[in-house]
Design a protein around this ligand. Structure first.
Ligand code: ADP
Ligand code: ASP
Ligand code: MG
Length: 409
């Protein structure tokens, strides 16, 4: 007898036919006595459609972040009720639970909440009654009971965290690709499927834009030390295992993958006085508003006038909020100007094997140079190198870098 958590993403439950197919598959694969918890996302593009509705009312709806959460949580409620009805129609006991009913407690940072506690008492009770439990991903509630969503792609985090809290025997993420690839297979035709990848490298891939897993879900997997199996909804093939360490030959790769992120924007604060505390004023104001800042470059602009430029990137979804904050601080600092560039993208290579392998950065820059892609900003971590480039050149950049590190055999 096993306790299994299975998460199905939006494209896997994009129509009533697909919901019915998911229910049939679960029933076919369920062994007698198995306890099954399903975590599901909103159907197809529902979340995007709900955001578009809100934008019809106000072009910057995220300023009303609590109301955005009230709106966005409805998407997952549609899928849990329909999937539960599908199980019942097929003659099986099932019950749907919203995130709050499943005990998912969050902080109060609306639209990018973090899980702070999970008390899945009700989930256990319903499993003990013989139900398949269908939980809404992406959502929880704060101390007041207000709905809070976990950021885009947050159902992955709901699933892995719930699997950890339930001490599940396995956690499977079903999606529209059959595993984690060396690059987004929608962009790189010859991307290679990985048999396994460590939490460490997957977290970096996800953080740098590989949307197949939400970064926080990988952190949760590591925290609970629960292996995550990423696999296809539409086939029964084995997918990719995300786990602590490699068990096979794959540890020999220097680079594990190429990640990209189109949803970034560049902000440049020009001509700020080059005094102690300037970076602090800008970035503490952004942090207070929970705006994550990514690549940061500070340069001496004019030594005589003692002013500098501060260039950094934020997620596109945070741009309007970030711009308001930076305009205010720049004004106080008497900066010359604040410029915003939206047509940028970030391309990155990831791999623990690059530690102690000095030629890797040069190979990445060489591939970009051969493809005539100009690099605007570079940043590095222990196991990744990222370049900010023009958005229009993203596809060729990703393919050029991938071809350099994963030549066709
Ligand atoms: P779901 O709705 O199931 O959560 P997502 O769209 O969030 O699915 O994630 C799956 C998508 O992630 C794939 O269709 C693929 O285009 C994208 N993706 C990006 N990078 C990778 C990668 N390295 N490996 C696999 N898929 C990736
Ligand atoms: N429906 C949410 C989104 O589109 C959560 C998820 O799919 O994981 O971001
Ligand atoms: Mg997803």
């Amino acid at each position: 007898m096993a306790l299994i958590v299975k998460k199905f993403g939006g494209s896997s439950v994009g129509s009533v036919e697909k919901i019915m197919a998911v229910a049939k598959r679960i029933i076919d694969e369920k062994k007698a006595g198995d306890k099954v918890v399903m975590v599901v996302s909103a159907m197809g593009d529902t979340t995007d459609d709900l955001i578009a509705l809100a934008k019809g009312i106000n072009k910057d709806p995220y300023q009303y972040s609590r109301e955005m959460d009230m709106l966005l949580t409805t998407g997952e409620q549609v899928s849990i009720s329909l999937l539960t009805m599908a199980f019942k129609t097929l003659g099986h006991k099932a019950v749907s639970l919203t995130g709050p009913l499943a005990g998912m407690k969050t902080n109060s940072v609306h639209t990018k909440g973090k899980l702070v506690d999970i008390k899945p008492t009700r989930v256990h009770e319903e499993l003990d009654k013989g139900n398949i439990v269908v939980v809404a991903g992406f959502q929880g509630c704060d101390e007041l009971g207000d709905p809070v969503t976990l950021g885009r792609g947050g159902s992955d985090t709901s699933a892995v965290a719930l699997a950890g809290a339930l001490k599940a025997d396995s956690c499977e993420i079903f999606t529209d690709v059959d595993g984690v690839y060396s690059a987004d297979p929608r962009i790189v035709k010859d991307a290679r499927k990985m048999k396994e990848i460590t939490y460490y490298e997957m977290l970096e891939m996800a953080r740098l834009g590989a949307g197949v897993m939400q970064p926080r879900s990988v952190e949760m997997g590591k925290y609970f030390n629960i292996p995550i199996h990423v696999r296809s909804t539409f086939t029964t093939k084995t997918g990719t295992m995300i786990r602590e360490e490699y068990t096979m030959e794959e540890k020999d790769f220097v680079i594990r993958g190429v990640a990209h992120d189109e949803k970034v924007a560049k902000i440049a604060v020009l001509g700020v006085p080059n005094n102690p505390g300037i970076a602090y004023s800008i970035f503490s104001a952004l942090a207070e508003a929970s705006v994550d800042v990514d690549m940061i470059v500070q340069s001496i602009r004019n030594i005589e006038k003692n002013v500098t430029d501060m260039v950094f990137t934020v997620a596109s979804s945070d741009l309007s909020q970030a711009k308001k904050i930076v305009d205010r601080v720049a004004d106080q600092l008497q900066a010359i100007a604040v410029l915003v560039e939206e047509d940028v993208a970030k391309v990155s290579i990831v791999g623990a094997g690059m530690l102690g392998n000095p030629g890797i950065a040069a190979r990445m820059f060489g591939a970009l140079s051969k493809a005539a892609v100009n690099i605007e900003v570079i940043s590095t971590s222990e196991i990744s190198i990222s370049c900010l480039i023009k958005g229009a050149q993203l596809k060729e950049a990703v393919n050029a870098i991938h071809a350099e590190f994963f030549p066709q055999k």
